[in-house]
Design a protein around this ligand. Structure first.
Ligand SMILES: Cc1cc2nc3c(=O)[nH]c(=O)nc-3n(C[C@H](O)[C@H](O)[C@H](O)COP(=O)(O)OP(=O)(O)OC[C@H]3O[C@@H](n4cnc5c(N)ncnc54)[C@H](O)[C@@H]3O)c2cc1C
Length: 427
């Protein structure tokens, strides 16, 4: 095999986007995946903010890859009745199989070589051993997701920081009953209904029906905290609603790493992108947009001659603080009960604009200072105080990331400061 300029591990959405962007910039690219290419990456439906496609210099999805435009999301505390409706976001429902396929097709057209069924086994810093033989490259890009090749020695998330998620598309066999189900919850047919906190503070059952007679259902939870895993929650929900939910058409499940982005996104001639780099907005476990944007930034950096470290510094300074801030919120909310969430909704501490901002994956800056409503003020006092601490940490962590060191030798000291700030009690 010729020695490629860039060898990419993983042909999911992040790896395929990296292959496309590097090839477009004239680099000789080889991208390999241990699965067959048609099965590489996510095989379910994901919500991705539209602006992230623009930031990643990719065309926004169109049907049939685009399955749904942004819809109002009714976020319920448990089964309600307390709720807020977030309708000021730009999340597109995307068929991930088709998105990754589009990126791989365009990457090939731009000159990249892609190979499926090639498993990466070992890396000694110079040569990568794979099931197809040894390969050497100028740069190595680890886009192999959580539990992938691990080319950079990054700490693995604790079990309590792993969300077990599942997403499936089912046929709706009785449209009238389906309409009644959503109407009974006070949700317009076609809007998104999201029960939160049924299986611990970090858990959702997220449902959206489509006119064509399909139901999109997403579940997630943290089983290591003693809760039902996302796939179990999904199966139980379907079993309870067999009278209107029919057979599964497609979908899948996988663990999602929750935490702040990896402190080191590059080492030597290796860069990590996407889930492999923990570039996941952990407040709701979303990593597609971040991976696409990181892929573009990496290609830009390599093309500009700034190497893998140029990418690491730019990504951390531009997005690291945002992702780390949302992780502080995730830690705050993981232990909330549905009663706590209801109290926060009543008090106005959790309100539609803030939820929309988190869905958009932009800074959680309220339009005006949050003034808890009198009705909820008393019961919210203890929550307001811990939320206040979390918000103060979120602002401070964003400042730390803007100062992400350009000098690699200073990253450990910088990471210690972040650890100190985000640790419980740290401020
Ligand atoms: C049920 C569910 C719902 C989700 N919903 C959303 C959502 O709504 N919005 C959102 O933004 N995100 C969502 N996510 C997260 C999102 O799916 C991931 O962040 C995204 O798919 C990560 O893409 P990636 O390309 O970085 O990694 P992956 O999709 O994990 O791709 C990694 C690829 O690397 C390959 N690989 C692994 N190891 C090796 C090896 N040793 N050698 C060769 N190849 C290897 C794998 O086969 C795989 O194809 C969801 C996740 C789940 C599980």
């Amino acid at each position: 095999m010729d020695k490629p300029t860039v060898l990419i591990l993983g042909a999911g959405s992040t790896g395929a986007a990296a292959a496309l962007h590097c090839a477009r910039r004239g680099m000789d690219v080889l991208c390999v995946d241990r699965r067959s290419l048609d099965r590489a990456g996510a095989t379910w439906v994901n919500n991705v903010p539209a602006w992230m496609f623009d930031a990643a210099d990719l065309a926004r999805p169109a049907p049939p890859e685009l399955l749904g435009d942004p819809s109002p999301m009714h976020l319920l505390a448990g089964y309600g009745p307390e709720r807020i409706v977030a309708d000021d976001h730009d999340c597109l429902e995307v068929d991930m199989r088709r998105l990754a396929e589009r990126l791989r097709r365009e990457a090939r057209r731009a000159g990249a070589r892609l190979m499926g069924d090639v498993e990466v086994k070992e890396f000694d810093g110079e040569v990568l051993s794979t099931s197809a033989g040894d390969i050497q490259a100028h740069y190595y890009v680890d886009a192999s997701g959580l539990g992938g090749a691990g080319l950079i020695d990054l700490p693995r998330p604790e079990r309590t920081d792993i969300c077990a998620a599942a997403q499936q598309v089912h046929e709706i066999i009785d449209r009238d009953r389906a309409r009644r189900f959503f109407a009974d919850q006070g949700v317009r047919y076609g809007d998104t209904l999201c029960y939160s906190g049924l299986d611990g503070g970090y858990s959702v059952v997220h449902l959206r029906a489509h006119g064509a007679g399909r139901l999109h259902i997403l579940t997630g939870s943290i089983p290591a905290r003693g809760h039902r895993a996302g796939p179990r929650v999904l199966a139980d929900f379907i079993a309870e609603h067999r009278d209107w939910i029919g057979p599964k058409l497609y979908g899948g499940s996988s663990p999602i790493p929750l935490g702040r982005p990896a402190d080191r996104l590059a080492s030597g001639r290796v860069a990590a992108v996407g889930d492999a780099a923990m570039q996941v907005l952990s407040a709701h476990g979303s990593g597609v947009g971040a991976g696409l944007v990181a892929a573009k930034m990496l290609a830009d950096s390599l093309a500009a001659g700034d190497g893998v470290h140029g990418y690491a510094v730019r990504w951390q300074r531009r997005y690291g603080g945002l992702f780390a801030a949302y992780d502080i919120f995730r830690r705050f909310s993981a232990d909330l009960s549905t009663r706590d969430v209801a109290i926060m909704m009543r008090a106005g501490l959790l309100h539609p604009h803030l939820v929309s901002l988190s869905l958009r994956q932009v800074a959680p800056v309220p339009r005006r200072p949050i003034a808890p409503r009198a009705r909820g003020l008393l019961e919210a006092t203890h929550l307001g105080a811990s939320l206040g601490k979390a918000v103060a940490k979120m602002a401070r962590v964003a400042v730390l990331y803007r100062r992400y060191p350009a000098d690699e030798r200073r990253i450990s000291a910088w990471a210690d400061k972040v650890d100190e700030l985000v640790s419980p009690g740290g401020d």
